[in-house]
Design a protein around this ligand. Sequence first.
Ligand code: AMP
Ligand code: MG
Length: 324
Amino acid sequence: MFESTNISLAVKIIQEGGLVAFPTETVYGLGADALNPEAVAKIFAEKERPSFDPLIVHIASLEDIPRLTRNVDERVYTLAKRFWPGPLTIVLPKSDIVPDIVTSGLPTVGIRMPNNPIALALIKSSGCPIAAPSANKFGRISPTTAQHVRKQLPNVDCILDGGPSFVGIESTVIALNSDGFVILREGFITADDLKTVLPSSNFPVESGNKLSSPGLLNSHYSPLKPIFIEGDNSPKSVEFLKNASLYRGAYLSFSGKTPESYGVVDYLSKTGDLREAAVNLFGALHRLEDNPQVDFIVAEPVPLREIGIAIMDRLKKAAYKYKK
Ligand code: AMP
Ligand code: MG
């Protein structure tokens, strides 16, 4: 494995069917040639990702839309004009050239154009769309630096280092209905942002008997230590915290408050700034997961507005398995 800013070596690896971890504005991705099923299979193996969880296909040019999708919906171009390159994934009917392994057998494919010069150069020079989920083991904390990738995926052929991701949270995933959009996964781009160009749909997404968006799994993004959301009164959290020695705990502050009873205090923000909190979220969880003085984490909830909705979504999923 090597870490590099040398895109031509990474391009060669992609073209030969290997894996490259690369920076995007949301989180680091683990990429392979989206049109090469054997290469894509390596992503699932390396991540230990269940085959029912589809991958997002990353493009660098709108010319890929008619190649990768069927019955091109003109609203994609309206959305692209406003939000691409950027943290928005649009789920569209897939064309036959997209292998089933990419979409977990769904008839649709999630497409996004990332807002990162290294990612765009990698896709352009490789000459193929790149399928990439977040570059972490399935269910664990997403990476926002090259170091985070190395921690969880030491066997990846190549990690392109582009510094810390500046959004810090995965893309918003949407599908289109006859009357507008449906959010399948919350992210940096909110429903209010989307409503500036399209109405929100009154209908649910048709999904047959499959999960309409597996990113909606209840448990995800978890550190290897128990994490709770402050004020969550589920019996298991109450029981755990009643018996816990708080000096072995870490408090993850959003407003800047610093409770003295905890051994460690870390910050999403010191001033209640939601943008800053999103950028810091996964980095703080990695730090606390790695800190031997910390046995468990208590996170201060953030307000449910703007990107706060996506932050709470990630925190609740991280905490889910510890409250059940
Ligand atoms: P990530 O592992 O962060 O790249 O997340 C990918 C997520 O995007 C999946 O877990 C799904 O929730 C969503 N997604 C990707 N492709 C589709 C699709 N064809 N239909 C619905 N959701 C999708
Ligand atoms: Mg992920």
